[in-house]
Ligand binder design. Structure first.
Ligand SMILES: C[S@@+](CC[C@H](N)C(=O)[O-])C[C@H]1O[C@@H](n2cnc3c(N)ncnc32)[C@H](O)[C@@H]1O
Length: 253
């Protein structure tokens, strides 16, 4: 399947799942950036520094909770997402919270169309596991950043994903990377295809190095509680492997 077809399937899934995801999982978390399941928040991790007046782009923004929380702190935010339904939620959220954020329906593969603009920070929260071409994405992100601009992204930890949360045994090979496609039958009987990409940690690190971005920090935080994404995670496994991994990168030139 081509990049466009894979993106189309991913877009369809997120469009169909958007309402459930926003109402049941993603929640109302527009006071701070939450980095991922049990992955802590900006208040504790302090990865972004002072954001007032900074130009921030959130990619795969969903309903824009992170961008909105940063706009409330005075940042000039743009959010992009492939799913028009997610973008609709984002626009509604911004209206509700009385902040201005520019939300655009745009896939990762078209990030270069923003190239006339430069950002101090690019943020991707739990969205790059759906990125079809990570090498291109990283190069485009680098081009969108000012010198010394930062790129922070969080994903589900590849170590966590190989484990079975029920019996804590390894359920699949860590080396089984690439596109994963799962057929799902929803309660209303409709069929959906959930697609995402598994990558080894070393693959991700090497892709970052190849893009010219510099890795500043890698974090595997573990919060005691998670009232946002937490209910889908089994504590017994969470205690052994942090579900969220965060990469902090810088554009040095
Ligand atoms: C797990 S959600 C995370 C959303 C948001 N960052 C949050 O913290 O709730 C993943 C998001 O990535 C978006 N996404 C997936 N593939 C994409 C692509 N190719 N281009 C842009 N957005 C994409 C989905 O539509 C979805 O909103």
């Amino acid at each position: 399947m081509s990049i466009k077809n894979n993106e189309k399937t991913i877009k369809e899934w997120w469009n169909s799942a958007s309402e459930y995801y926003q109402n049941e999982i993603s929640g109302d978390r527009m006071v701070d950036v939450q980095y991922g399941p049990f992955g802590s928040n900006e208040k504790k991790l302090k990865l972004l520094g002072e954001v007032k007046g900074k130009k921030i782009l959130e990619i795969g923004c969903g309903a824009g909770q992170a961008a909105i929380s940063l706009a409330k702190k005075g940042a000039i935010c743009t959010g992009i997402d492939i799913s028009p339904n997610q973008i609709k939620f984002a626009k509604k959220n911004a209206e509700k919270e009385k902040v201005t954020v520019k939300f655009l329906e745009l896939p990762f593969s078209s990030l270069n169309t923003l190239k006339s603009r430069k950002f101090n920070i690019v943020l991707a929260i739990m969205s790059l596991q759906y990125c079809v071409n990570m090498a291109d994405l990283l190069k485009n992100v680098k081009n969108l950043l000012v010198k010394d601009g930062i790129f922070i992204f969080s994903i589900e930890s590849p170590f966590y994903l190989v484990m079975d949360p029920r019996d804590l045994k390894i359920k699949e090979s860590y080396f089984n990377v690439g596109l994963k496609r799962k057929r799902e039958k929803w309660p209303d009987g409709s069929i959906h295809y959930f697609m995402y990409y598994d990558r080894k940690i070393s693959d991700i690190i090497n892709l970052i190095i190849d893009s010219g971005l510099k890795i500043e920090k890698v974090l595997e935080p573990l919060d005691k509680e998670d009232n946002v994404w937490g209910k889908g995670y089994r504590r017994a496994l969470v205690n052994k492997i942090a579900p969220t991994i965060i990469f902090v990168c810088k554009n040095k030139n």
